[in-house]
Design a protein around this ligand. Structure first.
Ligand code: ATP
Length: 285
């Protein structure tokens, strides 16, 4: 029987880089929250012991390079499953956008296969399994609001942020996360104050949240792609209460309280930037 899973995108309310570790990873501190822009995953059991994957997007590989494929392989290995699955991905999350689409697909496959093969693994176990697939996969297993530390794999769940509308503006370029991290020089970064953001979330204080959101990678991506900086400036001028880049970009995120303002900003940005969306935070109360 076919089984469906939702794979929501994430946005960063903050991304801080604390240092570089001996294993080559950077030590980060990120506050992420899931949004209601999502891929849809269908899982079909196969009689044969093999994994098939297909996505309806030219930028996503239909083979073992797909993160959803890697997730299925890791799950089968870990739980010694000798059955097969066909994974079909309806891609709605822009690719290489800083919105964690591939990681979310992988996490959805872990959750879905857990149900399909009645393994009953805990979210913690699935998150630990997800670590080997990608740094954002553990967060995506939960897809709520969380502080992620380490190289992104240590998850502490937080309450939902104040309710608001989220405008996403993505120019037609993909940003290489690795390329951005290679240019990190800790002293030159501007570091967001993670604790103040957590306090704002806990106090349900939208204005304080908007004042504190920030991303230490912004200036690096802005140097590589000056039009991303211009989109941020445009979103600020248009009156978004809080504006921040998600992940290593290029998506710029604007937070506003009211739909009428979100719509005005959306209309203003549409002629300026290829992809613009208005979405909401994913409700996880
Ligand atoms: P990251 O910061 O990890 O690069 P991102 O959100 O910016 O994440 P993704 O859309 O997750 O970017 O994908 C980045 C790369 O991963 C692309 O090169 C894409 O071809 C590859 N990829 C592999 N599997 C998937 C998938 N299921 N969905 C999207 N991209 C995938």
């Amino acid at each position: 029987m076919v089984l469906f899973e939702r794979a929501p995108a994430k946005i960063n309310l903050s991304l801080n880089v604390l240092g570089k570790r001996d294993d080559g990873f950077h030590e980060v501190e990120m506050i992420m929250t899931a949004i209601d822009l999502m891929d849809r995953i269908a899982l079909y059991p196969l009689a044969e012991n093999r994994i098939e994957v297909s996505a309806d997007n030219q930028y996503v590989p239909n083979d073992e390079r797909n993160l959803a494929y890697k997730a299925a392989l890791a799950f089968k290995d870990k739980y010694h499953i000798n059955k097969g699955v066909r994974i079909e991905i309806e891609k709605n999350i822009p690719v290489s956008a800083g919105l964690g689409g591939g990681s979310s697909d992988a996490a959805a496959v872990l959750r879905g296969l857990d149900r399909m093969w009645s393994v009953n693994a805990s979210p913690q176990e699935l998150a630990a399994l997800g670590e080997s697939i990608g740094s954002d996969v553990p967060f995506c297993v939960y897809s709520t609001t969380a502080l992620a530390t380490g190289h992104g794999e240590k998850i502490r769940e937080l309450p939902p942020p104040p309710s608001c509308y989220v405008i996403l503006a993505k120019p037609n370029i993909g940003v290489s996360t690795r390329g951005v991290f290679q240019k990190v020089s800790i002293k030159e970064l501007s570091h967001p104050n993670t604790n103040e953001i957590i306090k704002a979330i806990e106090a349900n204080d939208f204005i304080k949240l908007c004042k504190n959101i920030g991303n230490a990678l912004e200036n690096i991506t802005f140097c590589l792609h000056p039009n991303v900086k211009r989109i941020k400036e445009k979103m600020v001028q248009a009156g978004a209460n809080g504006v921040v880049m998600s992940g290593s970009g290029p998506t710029i995120v604007g937070l506003v309280e009211h739909y009428s303002k979100a719509k005005r900003i959306y209309n203003g940005l549409r002629g300026f930037c290829e992809e613009v969306y208005i979405v909401r935070l994913l409700d996880h109360r």
